[in-house]
Design a protein around this ligand. Structure first.
Ligand code: ARG
Length: 459
């Protein structure tokens, strides 16, 4: 019988099906470094508080550091029979240093241990994602700057609406990503709380000092309720929710890149390095990267739903169901990081078909609002002006004109307020230039916004 570390009260061996069913080492090995880091702090605290002897504490710390080195050089082997990362590390420690190793788990449970590992791991990963998002924000600003003066149709309902600058359009994504970054920073406040010292569920009888643990592990706060602490994964579900929003944003951008690179739009060309071909149709150049980002969004949404569902019926406190949080979490982190990374590289090398974007601005009456605004400036109410501009559009459709081509005499038939300056008033350039309200698409606004946000990112 392979003796389990918890085997004292058992007479029979674990069924091999159960071993495979309950193990988590096949995925929670990813927590190895954090598990060791947490155990080092715990052993130091036990020593400082006189719960174990100083020399035992030192022996444990040295042993754990040796394990960490072995792990990093790929020389640590884990076993399924030992269930999870915590048992594997503890077993290997005991094997390496003997009796002292058996004291490591004093005043601790795997329940507060896993809560710690997850928080340490997630804290690191969130910081990495924040850095990636910042890089992406810089890329978005650079692209907005590079393409700031390119006119393109702005859409509502995917119908041509009003001309905007591509710079303005790109900035709209900059702000979405900026909010995602703020959300992650806020999430960090709730991740960054020390759970260790809650023990199994009720606290411990040993004279531990959680402030020592908090200092050693760099946590600004200590959790307040042991039962809440071992049962809580809110911070992780919150992270999954934020990740779902990040993916939603990337997916919307992907959808636009896919549409824009179609022959129907022909606004952009994604670089060869970020597209793939067809096995049958020689002419094809497919936008697989944005398509996969859009597709992977579904995965992340699914994980969020899994997590919410795993937790919805759990009584206090720790339940083994909690082990099911890891695979979704790991996959969310992989997916989000990969998607942001590929966007950072792909976006700057997209080539823009400036001409076609401008041509698209000319068809579709994107300046009809400006024709109405012209009449308002001449004294008409907006509602009346809207009616007349609508009639002009109707007339143009019937006579295959665009507003810019209607002769001035005709204009005057619709309203004698029209004069020759109507043509400059409704030029694409003017439509953009005059949208100077704060947050609007005017050349000046976009330029200023890019400068302002660049400065903020440096500061
Ligand atoms: N591997 C478990 C998890 O990931 C932690 C162990 C807690 N197990 C237990 N039987 N109390 O949640």
């Amino acid at each position: 019988m392979s003796k389990k570390l918890w085997g004292g009260r058992f007479k029979e061996d674990t069924n091999s099906l159960v071993e495979n069913f309950t193990e988590s080492i096949s995925f929670d090995y990813r927590l190895a470094e954090y598990d060791i880091e947490g155990s080092i702090a715990h052993a130091k605290m036990l020593g400082e508080c006189g719960i174990i002897k100083e020399n035992e504490s030192k022996k444990i710390v040295n042993g754990l550091n040796a394990l960490l080195r072995d792990y990093k050089s790929g020389n640590l082997e884990f076993s399924t029979a030992l269930e999870d990362i915590h048992m594997n590390i503890e077993y290997l420690l005991i094997k390496r240093i003997g009796e002292a190793g058996k004291k490591l788990h004093t005043a601790r449970s795997r329940n507060d241990q896993i809560a710690l590992d997850i928080r340490l791991y997630l804290r690191d990963e969130i910081n990495k994602i924040i850095i990636l998002l910042e890089k992406f924000q810089v890329v978005l600003l650079e692209c907005a700057e590079k393409w700031q003066d390119y006119a393109m149709p702005g859409y509502t309902h995917l119908q041509r609406a009003q001309p905007v600058l591509l710079g303005h359009h790109i900035l709209s994504y900059f702000y979405k990503i900026k909010r995602d970054n703020d959300r992650l920073r806020d999430n960090l406040k709730r991740v960054n709380i020390l759970p260790l010292g809650s023990s199994a569920l009720a606290g411990t009888t040993y004279p531990i000092d959680r402030t020592v643990l908090a200092r050693l592990l760099n946590f600004p706060k200590i959790s307040d309720n042991s039962m809440d602490t071992v049962s809580d994964r809110d911070f992780l579900i919150e992270f999954a929710g934020i990740s779902a929003i990040i993916m939603m944003h990337l997916s919307r951008l992907s959808e636009e890149l896919i549409l824009w690179s179609s022959s129907e739009f022909n606004f952009i060309e994604i670089s060869d390095a970020f597209t793939t071909g067809s096995s049958i149709m020689p002419q094809k150049k497919n936008p697989d990267v944005p398509e996969l980002v859009r597709g992977k969004t579904g995965r992340v949404y699914g994980h969020l739903m899994s997590l919410l569902t795993i937790f919805k019926g759990l009584p206090m406190t720790y339940n083994r169901d909690l082990q099911e949080d890891k695979e979704p979490l790991f996959d969310i982190i992989n997916t989000v990081k990969n998607c942001i990374e590929i966007y950072i590289k792909m976006l700057p090398v997209i080539s823009i078909n400036k001409e076609n974007m401008l041509i698209a601005c000319k068809r579709g009456f994107l300046n009809a609002t400006d024709a109405a605004d012209y009449l308002v400036r001449k004294g008409l109410s907006f509602r009346e002006a809207h009616e007349i501009a609508g009639q002009l559009v109707q007339y143009s459709i019937e006579n295959k004109y665009i507003l810019d081509e209607i002769p001035i005499e005709k204009y005057k038939k619709f309203s004698n307020l029209f004069d020759k300056d109507i043509y400059s008033a409704i030029s694409i350039k003017n439509c953009i230039k005059t949208r100077t309200s704060y947050g609007g698409t005017s050349f000046n606004n976009v330029k200023k916004t890019i400068l302002r946000e660049k400065k903020k990112m440096k500061g």
